[in-house]
Design a binder for this molecule. Structure first.
Ligand code: PLP
Length: 393
């Protein structure tokens, strides 16, 4: 009795595993500062909760169309049209159980065995595994701090080969918080314009931006519209990670039907009353979101400033999302650790501070700190970090 090769080689999500470990240790009474959260620490705004409760009371408890309720599909299309100057309809939107599920469906729908997907490093942990599960091959292209962790057109050009099927662009990025400008996006698109390559634009952090508005690659050239798939969702913007609602949206209605068909044979549909909550989220007054973004901006400024004061750590200033990508190589070497995994394990054991080692994101010399936690916790965590970094083995 054996399991499939597919699951034998599967790497479970390191971020989810670490967050679970931090919660378990805290439940045992360990005094921890956990910089691990991949989710806002705010509550879902009340009117969203009310809309879902109302849906339950009205008996909206049955199956929906596999790609989501038409009202939500239309509302997401309207939001995309408003922000990106398009004229899409419900036929251009597939609602899934989170952006993660939308991406999973997408790789299943786009890739044949051996097809390559260009993934800039550092990357969000799930891309390589989802690409593998679809039989594809991730082609990793490193980005450099001196380029602001952004892929250059030259590096993209070099990575493209005859089997290239898709390119994943995550802006703002998890884990670096790097956000591409319109000019940079145009540069990347210029490399792709005459090639049959899908652009998967993961824009889940599109509203959590601190240094000016987000630009989508789909908006930089009319020719980008046909080949770009926008992936996003309500998890991060509206503090709704547990609701599990996200989407993929594209001009190609054939692709959207394929995603709906995949869902019809896997999930049936995203949870019905959660879809009504998401509908309230994408149509509500944006004030609660603006307040949350403001709080994240203050935390971003605080954590950047505090980490800058710790010798041996070098942090990249993020323009979006809620993560700080920290180069720990100098501290690690000085303290006598061979890699960031062991450095982070000792930090947890000795100082009660939880950070995510960079190896899961494709870079073993860095760690990721989430700043989705209160300012007092950030101050205390960085104090402990500084004390730990001062110690040698
Ligand atoms: N894409 C990126 C870059 C993420 O960081 C996440 C969540 O951490 C997701 C997609 C998935 O979000 P969800 O499935 O909660 O919509």
């Amino acid at each position: 009795m054996t399991l499939s090769e597919r699951v034998k080689t599967l790497q479970p999500s390191p971020t989810l595993a670490l967050a679970a470990k931090a919660k378990a240790l805290a439940a045992e009474g360990r005094d921890l500062v956990a910089f691990t959260a991949g989710e806002p620490d705010f509550d879902t705004p009340a009117e969203i909760v009310e809309a879902a409760v109302q849906a339950l009371r009205e008996g909206k408890t049955r199956y929906t169309p596999s790609g989501g309720i038409p009202e939500l599909r239309r509302a997401v299309a309207a939001m995309i049209n408003r922000d990106r100057g398009l004229s899409w309809s419900e036929k251009n939107v597939h609602i899934a159980s989170g952006a993660k599920q939308a991406l999973y469906h997408l790789f299943q729908a786009l890739l044949d065995p051996g097809d390559e997907v260009i993934v800039p490093t550092p990357y969000w942990v799930s891309y390589p595994e989802q690409i593998h599960l679809a039989g594809g091959v991730p082609v990793f292209v490193p980005t450099r701090p001196e380029d602001g962790y952004k892929l250059t057109p030259e590096a993209l050009e070099r990575a493209i080969g005859p089997r290239t099927k898709a390119f994943v662009l995550n802006s703002p990025s998890n884990p670096t918080g790097a956000m591409y400008t319109e000019e940079e996006l145009f540069g990347l698109f210029s490399v792709l314009v005459h090639r049959p390559v899908w652009i998967i634009a993961d824009e889940i952090y599109e509203r959590l931006v601190y240094d000016g508005p987000h630009t989508s690659i789909i908006a930089v050239d009319p020719q980008a519209v046909e080949r770009t798939v926008i992936v996003s969702g309500v998890s991060k913007t509206y503090a709704m990670t547990g609701w599990r609602i996200g989407w993929a949206a594209a001009a190609d209605e054939r692709l959207i039907r394929a995603l709906d068909d995949l869902a019809s044979q896997s999930t049936s549909n995203p949870t019905t009353f959660a879809q009504y909550g998401a509908l309230a989220a994408v149509t509500m007054d944006p004030a609660p979101v603006a307040a949350m973004v403001e709080a994240f901006r203050r935390r971003r400024d605080l954590i950047v400033e505090r980490i800058a004061g710790v010798p041996g750590l070098r942090a990249f200033r993020p323009s979006g999302a809620f993560y700080l990508w920290v180069d720990v190589r100098e501290a690690m070497e000085r303290q006598g650790f061979p890699d960031a995994d062991r450095w982070a394990a000792a930090l947890l054991e000795e100082a009660g501070v939880v950070v995510v080692p960079g190896s899961g994101f494709g870079d073993a010399g860095h760690v990721r700190l989430s700043f989705a936690l209160g300012e007092a916790a950030i101050e205390e965590g960085v104090r402990r970090l500084a004390a730990f970094v001062g110690r040698r083995r």
